[in-house]
Every structure is written in C-alpha cells, then in structure tokens.
Design a protein around this ligand. Structure first.
Ligand SMILES: Cc1cc2nc3c(=O)[nH]c(=O)nc-3n(C[C@H](O)[C@H](O)[C@H](O)COP(=O)(O)O)c2cc1C
Length: 138
C-alpha cells in the first residue's frame, strides 16, 4: 500500500517555461531522495499534481507545496492509501495539456472543477495515469 494525494491548484499568473522547469527539477531532486513519485500536469495556469509514497513523507512535502506562493487555491481531491504506485517510474513526471485535454479530463472528472464532488475512490488516479501514459514525451 502507498499513500497518495491528488490536488488541483491555480498558478499565480501564467507560469513561464523556466519557472515550470525549475519547479519540476527541484521536485525531482527532493522526491528522489524521499522515495516520492508522481506527476504534474499543467495547462494555462491550471495545475494537477499527484504525490505518492510513505504517508508522513508525502504529507510533509504536501505541506511545503501548500505554502508555496507560486500557486493558490490548492484543493485536495484525493488523499488516502492505494494498493500500488501509479507513477513508480517518475520522481515527478511532467506534461503540459492543451485546453482540450484539460476539458476532457474535467468532463471525465467533475471534481477538478467542483471540489464538492471529491472522488474518494481513487478513480482520479487511473484517469490521470492514463492521460499521462498516452501523452508524456519524457
Ligand atoms: C505546483 C508545485 C508543485 C511542487 N511540487 C513539489 C514536489 O513534488 N516536491 C518538492 O519537493 N517540491 C515541490 N514543489 C516546491 C515546494 O513548494 C518547495 O519550494 C520546495 O520543496 C522547497 O525545497 P527545498 O526546501 O529543498 O528548497 C512544488 C511547487 C509548486 C508550486
């Protein structure tokens, strides 16, 4: 079993490529040391991130992410134990999304727009995993 958090947030203004790269490279460095894996998807100021690993370590990292002023409206959609890692190969996978992709993900998963419809079953994870496996380039 592994602990997993999925959240959405809005960047404080559109993030430039360099800012995103610096967030991702720092995340990869820190996460590898802490045996955290996951993915970050970005589209025009919308962020979706999955973190997975030991509960304490993931919570600790999430608390740091929460305090980061580069994004706001951090909304947790899923937090709990799941049977396996979805992103075991990635200390932090990264992909941009087109608005169309984002629209499809939102249509399939209303909680992205509406936190009251949180998906506590982990369906979010498989949707995000499928999206990432089909779209990532690195
Ligand atoms: C959208 C977003 C996602 C982030 N994801 C991670 C992450 O997965 N792991 C991580 O260590 N830091 C992540 N950060 C950075 C943290 O907020 C924080 O700046 C960093 O962990 C500080 O690391 P340091 O204490 O080693 O300097 C993220 C920041 C943002 C804005």
């Amino acid at each position: 079993m592994v602990y997993s958090i999925v959240y959405v947030s809005s960047s404080s203004g559109l993030l430039a490529d360099e800012e995103l790269e610096s967030i991702i490279s720092k995340s990869r460095l820190n996460n590898s040391e802490k045996d955290i894996t996951g993915v970050l998807l970005y589209c025009n100021g919308n962020i979706i991130q999955v973190l997975e690993g030991a509960e304490e370590t993931v919570m600790d990292t999430f608390r740091r992410i929460l305090r980061d002023h580069r994004h706001t409206q951090v909304t947790r959609l899923f937090a709990g134990m799941v049977p396996d890692r979805s992103f075991q190969k990635w200390s932090m996978g990264y992909s941009t999304m087109t608005s169309k992709d984002m629209g499809e993900l939102k249509a399939a998963f209303p909680a992205i727009d509406n936190p009251h419809k949180r998906d506590l079953t982990g369906k979010t994870l498989s949707l995000i995993k499928n999206f990432y496996i089909n779209n990532h380039r690195n």
